[in-house]
Design a protein around this ligand. Structure first.
Ligand code: F3S
Length: 743
């Protein structure tokens, strides 16, 4: 067979590299001398340096070489802008951008970016226009392959585990690194085994497997681990069903979830015109399943033959109730029994199988003359699924029953839902086949009780209009006055007449990129091209003011607030107006009120920082313990850099934020003696001594110049390695990569 097999039909020049996995594993096996789990094989198969990399699950940090990057519109902007600022010709690994989270009316900055579809032309990015579908379905249909390693700027990236890919959700900073050719760093994952016995059937679906697992492991139970499914029960799951399970593994905090390569994946690859990949994977299938006797950190057993459909929620996805007990729970907890809206689809559950099974329920109800009692919405996951179910009469069946088919986008799942049937604050219930059900997620109403179930259960419930209905045991009354019970749902794993690709919404990178310019409106308040940060000037920093001495907890939310600010995430200047506005100034115990050490006036933190910058004065921040904990938000490192900061000096850092600061060319320094934090007066000027011989493991010195004229010298530690010192000197990691790319 062919030895050069493209990763995707859309990228004929980028090939699957199973040989690297084979070669890496030979080295790793020789070192570890023990059986490996499936996730270990794929992850270690992508090590940057298999000879020297420390490998200890749950402890060491792995440097990995992913095969691809996927970005969704809401999180991609800053990543792409940063990448663009580096001036590289093309992304180091195949990268796609997907317009799915933001609808037209709210698309703001992304629309500018999308309109500048030229970004793909110039940088070799594959661009999926609005209407193409939801990122994770597009990935499954076109890009995922067994044994691959992918990162994506969205939490449900693990969906691709249904095709045997290790696919992890990351922040934009990680995406930029990989696009620019840096290795991706991941804490060596633990492995949780979910062993499936028996056979799935009746009303029980793959969704119920993950609803059950979420109930067992809870929302934190998968943290730092890859969940690996094993056992004979796997064979009874369709490929898209496995994807549903992996998708919702995000709800238990897992790094990702994964299934071994099998014939159900082959069927799906064939149906999506990827026979070459299926055949190539068969030749390497020894690397696409766990070794015998591989050891896991934890094992769970589930018998699919015994598994009941589950309903999880409200307000949290790990509150799992089997359907036979659900009516009693509704009564006991006073959850509103009246079901207002039933919603199927989303990136989690919108396969052809899901849609045709739901249609079988709808058709049976229609045979008894019924229309849905609750509102019923359908969100197709992709244009391909939408076009196929339209051709096959499924959309008509939904619409005839009173259903509303929405755009191929995230829609109500991400709160793009102009809900009018209940007032804000009014207690009510909805049920979805989505994955997340946190308070207010779907409709911004904190009184909405959102439940999560399989599309089958959601669809049946739409006809009952009551949460206490159990389609396995209860009857509905037809228009003829006779009671009937639903049959077991049935559908098609794959479309018997093949997929209909629908409208072409993909924009491939053209051959000749030189002629294209990226156009970003200079008046856009949501999108702004980035300029590379300046390299270090080589001068010893002296007399720097302290922008703020932060007291206590300072998370990335304190440093770069979310909420309404997110609309500016593609505009560094605008979003920098939130820099450190949540941090408490130790001087006056207030947030966003600091003294400008030049004018003597009090003002906001970002305004004061900008004043210093505009007057050519670099500044430092002094912080407490675990500075920068929380989400890995890259803006928390970009903003202080943009506003002219030189160093953040703390008692300790949250690791990811510390690395993010280094990447942006900032000095992340810590007090050797944490009590030295107390010696710093907010009005001090400081010198940082020792940068001319900046070296790994070698302390720097902070000279505090107090207002009374006295001075103190205190030692500062740092964790920069050789490469990171180069980042600092170059002005940022990206600058360094760009310079190397030009060499
Ligand atoms: Fe979109 Fe909801 Fe999935 S926001 S990516 S459909 S979880």
């Amino acid at each position: 067979g062919a030895t050069k097999v493209p990763m995707s039909n859309l990228e004929p020049n980028a090939y699957i590299n199973y040989q690297r996995i084979e070669d890496n594993l030979a080295i790793v096996r020789d070192r570890l001398r023990r059986p490996l789990t499936l996730s270990e094989k794929i992850v270690y198969g992508h090590l940057d340096d298999p000879h020297h990399q420390d490998i200890e699950r749950g402890t060491s940090y792995l440097k990995l070489r992913p095969d691809r990057v996927a970005c969704q519109d809401a999180t991609a902007q800053m990543a792409i802008l940063q990448f663009m600022s580096a001036g590289m010709d093309t992304a180091a690994v195949p990268t796609t951008v997907h317009c799915d989270h933001l609808i037209e009316a709210q698309i703001g900055g992304v629309k500018d970016l999308a309109r500048a579809k030229d970004i793909n032309k110039e940088y070799g990015l594959g661009f999926w226009r609005p209407g193409s579908g939801i990122i994770h379905q597009i990935i499954l249909e076109n890009y995922a392959f067994p044994g691959g390693l992918m990162i994506g700027t969205d939490s449900h990236t693990p969906n691709a585990g249904g095709l045997g890919m290790v696919a992890c959700g990351v922040g934009g900073a990680d995406a930029v690194d990989v696009m620019a050719g840096l290795p991706w760093e991941l804490k060596c994952p633990k492995a949780i085994q979910v062993n499936l016995k028996g056979k799935i059937g009746g009303w029980t679906t793959p969704k119920d497997v993950i609803l059950k697992v979420a109930g067992i492991l809870t929302v934190k139970g998968g943290t730092g681990a890859i969940v690996e499914y094993t056992g004979s029960g796997v064979e009874s799951l369709s490929c898209t069903g496995m994807a549903t399970i992996c998708n919702m593994g995000a709800e238990i905090g897992a790094t990702t979830s994964l299934f071994p390569f099998n014939h159900r994946m082959v069927d799906y690859l064939n149906a999506t015109r990827r026979e070459d990949i299926a055949n190539y994977a068969k030749r390497f299938q020894h690397n696409l399943k766990a070794d015998e006797n591989a050891e896991y950190d934890q094992t769970i057993e589930i018998d699919l033959s015994e598994l009941e459909p589950h309903i999880n929620g409200p307000f949290t996805p790990d509150l799992a109730t089997p359907i036979s007990k659900f009516a009693a729970e509704v009564e006991k907890n006073n959850w509103p029994a009246d079901l207002k809206v039933a919603l199927i689809g989303s990136c989690t559950n919108s396969s052809y199988e899901d849609m045709t099974r739901s249609a079988s329920i709808v058709k049976e109800a229609a045979d008894h003359g019924l229309q849905t009692k609750s509102k019923f919405t359908v969100t197709p996951g992709s244009e391909q699924v939408r076009a196929t179910i339209e051709r096959d009469g499924v959309i008509k069946a939904f619409e005839d029953a009173g259903g509303l088919v929405l755009a191929n986008a995230c829609g109500p799942c991400i709160g793009q839902w102009d809900r009018r049937d209940v007032k804000k604050g009014e207690s009510n219930s909805i049920i979805t086949s989505y994955n997340r059900n946190f308070t207010g997620r779907n409709d911004a109403n904190p009184a909405t009780h959102a439940f999560v179930a399989s599309p089958d259960v959601v669809t049946a419930m739409a006809f009952a209009g009551d949460l206490r209905f159990n389609p396995l045991t209860d009857t509905l009354t037809g228009t003829d006055g006779k009671p009937f019970k639903f049959s077991d749902p049935s559908g098609f794993e794959l479309p018997p007449r093949g997929y209909d690709a629908g409208e072409n919404t993909f924009q491939a990178p053209p051959e000749d990129r030189a002629s294209v310019q990226v156009a970003v409106s200079p008046t856009s308040d949501r999108l702004q091209l980035l300029k590379p940060f300046k390299p270090w000037d080589g001068k010893a920093p002296t007399d720097l003011p302290i922008l703020i001495k932060v007291k206590g907890k300072c998370t990335t939310d304190h440093i770069s607030a979310g909420g309404p600010w997110l609309k500016y995430r593609g505009h560094l200047e605008n979003i920098s107006q939130n820099c450190l506005i949540g941090a408490i100034n130790i001087e006056n115990e207030e947030a966003n009120k600091v003294k400008n050490q030049i004018t003597g006036e009090y003002g906001g933190v970002p305004q004061t920082a900008a004043y210093y910058r505009d007057h050519g004065i670099k500044w430092v921040v002094v912080g407490d313990h675990n500075y920068g904990e929380g989400s890995s938000r890259e803006h928390a490192a970009l903003e202080p850099r943009f506003l002219g900061g030189l160093a953040i000096i703390t008692r300790s850092f949250a690791r990811i934020h510390e690395t993010n600061l280094k990447k942006q060319g900032m000095l992340a320094l810590t007090f050797v003696n944490p009590e030295d934090y107390d010696k710093v007066q907010p009005s001090d000027r400081v010198d940082i001594v020792g940068l001319e011989s900046f070296a790994p493991g070698k302390n720097l010195t902070l000279v505090l110049k107090h207002q009374d004229g006295s001075k103190e010298e205190i030692p500062l530690a740092h964790s920069f390695n050789e490469g990171q010192i180069e980042w600092f000197k170059a002005g940022s990691a990206l600058n360094l990569m760009a310079a190397r790319a030009k060499e």
